[in-house]
Unconditional design. Sequence first.
Length: 201
Amino acid sequence: MARKRKYSSNIKDKGLLGKELKSAAELYSQGLSYEKISVQSINDNIFQVNTERRRKELADCVITRMKYLDDFTLKKVADGTIVLAGIISMYAILKINPFVYDFMNEVYREKAELMINRITDADINQFMDVKSQQVEEVGKWTDGNKERVKGALRNMLIEAGMIRDMGSFYIILVPVMDTDIVKNLREIDGDIYLRAMGISQ
């Protein structure tokens, strides 16, 4: 699917969902359709959340991410580790959310390629300030909304194992994936998202 260009702050409500992506990918690899996975999420609470509304929200979010991935990658997620599921979930988020992609491409990738192995809150704040000036939709976000988006971005990267919180800064940990997964993603999407994640193998 083509990458959307609509800037949205909805990452603050969604999270990484690596474990949930893996659970859904396992069902998909067993032959369940996206519709049946959604129904099973609601009826059987496969994502283990309290309300039916949250079950539907998680199913919709996870299935949307799955639709940005090919069957080979989803099978790797189903058969792989939670760590891999988190990395692939982040990859899908980059394809869906241009705000996250821009941060990864303009801050994370640049620092990784220059072998500057740390990101600070000041870097994140500066990025938000620049985007607020460049992108009308981001400029309209409230200050509280911007803070929640920045927090969600940090949390997703930490959960994906792509940064480590060191207190006053975050160490960059470029993700590692099997060569066949990287090759497949590159054949489908080129280098655009892999490079944004610092992956050049």
